[in-house]
Write a protein of this length. Structure first.
Length: 145
Protein backbone atom coordinates (compact mmCIF):
# COMPACT_ATOMS: atom_id res chain seq x y z
CA UNK A 1 0.00 0.00 0.00
CA UNK A 2 2.83 2.40 0.83
CA UNK A 3 4.26 1.88 -2.67
CA UNK A 4 0.93 2.95 -4.15
CA UNK A 5 1.11 6.23 -2.25
CA UNK A 6 4.83 6.81 -2.84
CA UNK A 7 4.50 6.30 -6.58
CA UNK A 8 1.34 8.39 -6.96
CA UNK A 9 1.91 11.39 -9.27
CA UNK A 10 -0.12 13.78 -7.12
CA UNK A 11 1.64 12.63 -3.95
CA UNK A 12 5.07 13.06 -5.59
CA UNK A 13 4.14 16.61 -6.61
CA UNK A 14 2.94 17.42 -3.09
CA UNK A 15 6.23 16.08 -1.64
CA UNK A 16 8.29 18.03 -4.20
CA UNK A 17 6.50 21.22 -3.18
CA UNK A 18 6.97 20.39 0.51
CA UNK A 19 10.71 19.82 0.02
CA UNK A 20 11.02 23.06 -1.94
CA UNK A 21 9.03 25.09 0.62
CA UNK A 22 11.00 23.61 3.52
CA UNK A 23 14.26 24.64 1.87
CA UNK A 24 12.96 28.15 1.20
CA UNK A 25 12.14 28.53 4.91
CA UNK A 26 15.63 27.31 5.82
CA UNK A 27 17.27 29.67 3.31
CA UNK A 28 15.12 32.65 4.38
CA UNK A 29 16.11 32.06 8.00
CA UNK A 30 19.79 31.36 7.28
CA UNK A 31 19.58 27.84 8.73
CA UNK A 32 22.27 25.45 7.52
CA UNK A 33 21.08 21.89 6.91
CA UNK A 34 21.94 18.47 5.56
CA UNK A 35 20.25 16.31 2.98
CA UNK A 36 20.21 12.55 2.57
CA UNK A 37 19.68 11.77 -1.07
CA UNK A 38 19.77 8.94 -3.54
CA UNK A 39 23.27 9.06 -5.04
CA UNK A 40 22.05 7.51 -8.30
CA UNK A 41 20.31 10.75 -9.31
CA UNK A 42 23.03 13.25 -8.34
CA UNK A 43 25.15 14.90 -11.00
CA UNK A 44 28.50 16.67 -10.65
CA UNK A 45 29.97 19.33 -12.95
CA UNK A 46 32.79 18.74 -13.50
CA UNK A 47 32.53 14.99 -12.87
CA UNK A 48 34.41 13.79 -9.81
CA UNK A 49 37.19 11.22 -10.09
CA UNK A 50 36.10 7.63 -9.48
CA UNK A 51 38.32 7.30 -6.39
CA UNK A 52 36.02 9.86 -4.75
CA UNK A 53 32.61 8.72 -6.05
CA UNK A 54 33.28 5.06 -5.24
CA UNK A 55 33.18 6.01 -1.54
CA UNK A 56 29.64 7.41 -1.71
CA UNK A 57 26.84 5.25 -0.30
CA UNK A 58 23.49 4.80 -2.09
CA UNK A 59 21.99 7.14 0.53
CA UNK A 60 24.48 9.99 0.68
CA UNK A 61 24.61 12.83 3.20
CA UNK A 62 25.57 16.32 2.09
CA UNK A 63 25.93 19.06 4.70
CA UNK A 64 25.11 22.49 3.39
CA UNK A 65 27.21 24.78 5.54
CA UNK A 66 29.58 27.68 4.95
CA UNK A 67 30.36 28.31 1.30
CA UNK A 68 28.35 25.27 0.20
CA UNK A 69 25.27 26.70 1.91
CA UNK A 70 25.90 30.18 0.49
CA UNK A 71 26.14 28.79 -3.04
CA UNK A 72 22.95 26.69 -2.74
CA UNK A 73 19.78 27.45 -4.67
CA UNK A 74 16.63 25.71 -5.83
CA UNK A 75 16.10 25.90 -9.58
CA UNK A 76 13.87 23.87 -11.92
CA UNK A 77 13.01 21.21 -9.30
CA UNK A 78 16.71 20.80 -8.47
CA UNK A 79 18.86 21.72 -5.48
CA UNK A 80 22.14 23.06 -6.84
CA UNK A 81 25.23 23.86 -4.77
CA UNK A 82 29.01 24.00 -5.01
CA UNK A 83 31.12 21.73 -2.85
CA UNK A 84 34.68 20.51 -2.48
CA UNK A 85 35.51 16.79 -2.35
CA UNK A 86 38.45 14.68 -1.25
CA UNK A 87 41.73 15.72 0.30
CA UNK A 88 42.38 17.96 -2.71
CA UNK A 89 39.03 19.74 -2.14
CA UNK A 90 38.06 19.23 -5.79
CA UNK A 91 35.31 21.72 -6.59
CA UNK A 92 32.14 20.61 -8.34
CA UNK A 93 28.65 21.92 -8.95
CA UNK A 94 26.26 19.36 -7.42
CA UNK A 95 22.74 18.98 -8.83
CA UNK A 96 20.17 17.00 -6.83
CA UNK A 97 16.58 16.44 -8.03
CA UNK A 98 14.28 17.51 -5.19
CA UNK A 99 12.42 14.19 -5.14
CA UNK A 100 15.67 12.27 -4.71
CA UNK A 101 16.13 14.02 -1.35
CA UNK A 102 15.05 11.44 1.21
CA UNK A 103 15.55 13.61 4.31
CA UNK A 104 16.32 17.16 5.32
CA UNK A 105 18.26 17.34 8.58
CA UNK A 106 18.84 20.27 10.94
CA UNK A 107 21.17 19.90 13.94
CA UNK A 108 21.27 16.12 13.48
CA UNK A 109 17.47 15.71 13.50
CA UNK A 110 15.31 14.94 10.46
CA UNK A 111 12.77 17.71 9.86
CA UNK A 112 11.44 16.22 6.62
CA UNK A 113 11.18 12.64 5.41
CA UNK A 114 10.27 12.04 1.78
CA UNK A 115 8.78 8.66 0.86
CA UNK A 116 7.84 9.72 -2.68
CA UNK A 117 9.76 8.01 -5.44
CA UNK A 118 11.90 9.92 -7.91
CA UNK A 119 10.45 9.37 -11.40
CA UNK A 120 13.72 8.06 -12.82
CA UNK A 121 14.15 5.34 -10.21
CA UNK A 122 14.20 1.75 -11.33
CA UNK A 123 11.64 -0.79 -10.13
CA UNK A 124 14.25 -2.26 -7.77
CA UNK A 125 14.91 1.11 -6.17
CA UNK A 126 11.23 2.02 -5.98
CA UNK A 127 10.73 -0.98 -3.71
CA UNK A 128 13.06 0.52 -1.11
CA UNK A 129 11.68 3.52 0.74
CA UNK A 130 13.85 6.32 2.07
CA UNK A 131 13.92 4.99 5.63
CA UNK A 132 15.22 1.60 4.49
CA UNK A 133 17.92 3.30 2.45
CA UNK A 134 18.87 5.51 5.36
CA UNK A 135 19.07 2.61 7.80
CA UNK A 136 21.11 0.48 5.41
CA UNK A 137 24.16 2.45 6.57
CA UNK A 138 24.77 1.85 10.32
CA UNK A 139 26.41 5.28 10.62
CA UNK A 140 23.03 6.89 9.87
CA UNK A 141 21.26 5.47 12.94
CA UNK A 142 22.51 8.38 15.06
CA UNK A 143 20.21 10.73 13.12
CA UNK A 144 17.14 8.87 14.36
CA UNK A 145 17.85 9.30 18.08
Amino acid sequence: MLEKVADNREFREMMRQHIEQTMFVLFENSIEFGIYCDFEHISFDPELPEYITENFEQATLFLLAGYTYESARVESDMLIFEAGFGEENIGSLVTVPLLSIMQIIVDGSPILINIAQHKAQTTENSEQNSMEALLSNPKNRKFLQ
